[in-house]
Design a protein around this ligand. Sequence first.
Ligand code: GLU
Length: 491
Amino acid sequence: MSPGSPPRVRFAPSPTGRLHVGGARTALFNWAFARRHGGVFVLRIEDTDQERNSAASLRSILDSLRWLGLDWDEGPEKGGDAGPYFQSQRQDRYREAARRGLEEGWLYRCFCPPARVAALKEEQRAARSSAIGYDRRCRGLDRAEAERRAAAGEAHVLRFAVPAGEEIVVRDHIRGRVRFRSEEVEDWVAVRSGGMPTYNFVCALDDAAMAISHVIRGEEHLANTPKQLLLCRALGLPEPEFAHVPLILGADGRKLSKRTGDTAIEDYRAKGYPAPAMFNFLGLLGFAIDDRTDRFTPEEFVAAFDLGRINKAGAVFDLDRLHWLCGEYLRATPPAELAPRLRPWLAEAGIVGPATSEEWLERFAAAFRERLRLYGDAAVQGAFLRPGGADRPDAKATAALAAPETGRVLAAAAERLEQAEVFPPADFDSWARELASALGLGMGKVMKPLRAALSGTLGGPPVGEILGLLGRERALGRLRRAAGRLSPPSP
Ligand code: GLU
């Protein structure tokens, strides 16, 4: 970046699939870097592969970025001075660059049939030769002859004429200076036969045209970087700085893939992972604020973000850590804020309806938030609140209900609750102790059947809160129904 001018970074997804964890992490680092330095975050859609692009993928990528809170300053739906931001709309620029390359001689026409090039590479592999790819046979073709053959319609590609004896230094904020010699770089294809430009060609052209100062992207692209830098040099353009971020590894130490769990951000969203926890988790994949801080807000992350602190080593995707972060996040969210976020999950599970009040939802959030990790957990843990939700008690609850004193307990509890002035009793523990002593039973003998009758399980939030969520009528109904299901005492 030229001193004093704010950085310009970009995230450049191809809309050939949904946004994955690795892409989201790259986007997040770009976003944080731009926000940290008052720079510009560009979203560029690399949609040159017409066959593999899809509108659904694009939508999924944009939605996932928005869900994570990664807003872009220039790009789709935003526009900007460096547009268009879809590579499919920049074809004339690529054609013009190709024309210029041929004219200036840094591109040349190569008529070698693909089979020849493939055989050459195969030979090199078999002989463990140090030769790099294509043997540059067509580089020596007479220019006029090449033009004649092209005009006659002979199939060919455009290759980049890698200059001899140059050193290419990638200034990488994570890896330091990574040096390549031009002898290590093949005369790579810039435009395929048929006219479709390649990723390396358009990426470097667009980074230059969009004045990208820092290219922050996955480590798998490091091998492409010298090719892109040579193109910058040929065009006489400034070279960006780089940060090649480490791979994300699954728990098995191999590159993260579907094998090791969900990889698409959309899947996490659909399962009810809270977005701020996901943000926090992605931020920790290869980066740490310090050796203690494992939870942070996006603002704190931005304030601490520094490319130089990104690890070189692969980052392990630890699902347990993600779950822990989700739980911590939900626990720290005030019930009033949590309530509206839980509503769609509870509605989908038939636990609430349109008439359910905010107050009830807040009560639910307060009762359950200690026990949730994902929004989706609310639907599972709150399932007993559905109509008839305690009618089929689980094994432990069934055992508790089978105790000889259960009938007495349920009947006495129902009677007292019916008459209670305040429902649920303001001090539920004293109410329960009174009931136990009136029946001459220990607390456990009272609470277990009560809980089993009200919720069909022995887990869940405190019984007082369950009563509050059910309301008097439903609670009494459940106690009496459970009592009615008991087998009559033997004569
Ligand atoms: N479209 C490329 C990808 O998705 C972009 C790589 C880059 O950031 O240069 O991998």
